[in-house]
Design a binder for this molecule. Structure first.
Ligand code: 2AM
Ligand code: CA
Length: 265
């Protein structure tokens, strides 16, 4: 498989899609809700997903596509080459802020992440990695992740998970938040993973994500030596929704064993 060629094509499409999204900023959005009143989708999310699907199908007709907005294929396994596409990660930010959102594209082969591309559209920052060939922000190579203690770390976490919630005992989260140097919440899983990759934060925790939220980020973070699992410390399967714990290796282990008690919840 010529991953370099696939990567060049994918980046070209991502740049084109970014241009389309930026030029939508002064137009009126058509906003709809999905699973709940805060789960938003716009005409732009749908148009951009359809744009990628058209390009992928024209250029790589044997590849399959898992897309958040459902215009891709019905995917029940990761055999062959599967593109995992989130046209806009952080749709709420896209609508309310016109920033802090990203395009996220992961290309997997038989379940192994080969290419990860995350485009911070408002800042024109393209984060990308090909497995085994390093990770980059635009043309700048990113250095491997450094180990940090929790006490000198910034955690990316949404306040939802530190309040009583249906997914985890929030009492496990309180000491983590108390002992970290600080917390941040950006509302876009793809960029929060990129922030771990660049060391701007040292860990990212979420309880409720989907494969398109983390497929690209996993390739980029792992290329830099970071660890990507669910909150029980298990590998993600990229087919079902899951929780997410992304961190540098030492911190990942500390959070898992000392705070989450190795998923004993
Ligand atoms: P989205 O904008 O593509 O929906 C916000 O905290 C982050 O969680 C974003 O990456 C958002 O992705 C994702 N997210 C929000 N609601 C979600 C849901 N119901 N299932 C999975 N991911 C969700
Ligand atoms: Ca999305």
């Amino acid at each position: 498989m010529d991953w370099d060629y696939i990567d060049i094509q994918a980046k070209q499409w991502v740049n084109e899609a970014g241009e389309k999204i930026r030029s939508s900023f002064d137009k009126t959005l058509n906003i709809q809700t999905k699973s709940n009143p805060n789960d938003l989708v716009t005409n732009i999310d749908k148009e951009i997903e359809q744009f990628f699907i058209k390009k992928i199908r024209e250029t790589f007709p044997t590849h399959r596509i898992l897309g958040e907005e459902g215009f891709g294929d019905e995917i029940t396994n990761l055999d062959g080459v599967v593109w995992i596409v989130d046209p806009i990660d952080g749709t709420m930010n896209f609508i309310h802020q016109q920033r802090n959102f990203a395009i996220s594209l992961g290309v997997y082969e038989n379940g192994i992440g080969r290419i990860g591309i995350i485009y911070d559209v408002a800042h024109k920052e393209l984060y990308h990695a090909i497995k085994g060939k390093g990770a980059y922000m635009n043309d700048t190579k990113l250095p491997p992740l450094e180990k940090t203690t929790l006490q000198e770390s910034i955690l990316a976490i949404n306040a939802t998970w530190v309040m009583e919630n249906h997914r985890i005992d929030h009492n496990l989260m309180i000491p983590l938040v108390r002992e970290a140097r600080g917390t941040r919440s950006y509302g876009t899983a793809a960029l929060e993973m990129v922030f771990v990759a660049t060391g701007r934060v040292n860990a990212y925790i979420s309880m409720r994500l989907a494969p398109w939220d983390y497929a690209a980020g996993a390739v980029i973070v792992e290329e830099l030596g970071g660890i990507v699992t669910n909150l029980r410390g298990k590998n993600l399967d990229f087919l079902s929704k899951d929780s997410l714990l992304v961190a540098n290796p030492g911190l990942h282990q500390t959070i898992l064993t000392d705070y989450l008690k190795e998923g004993n919840w």
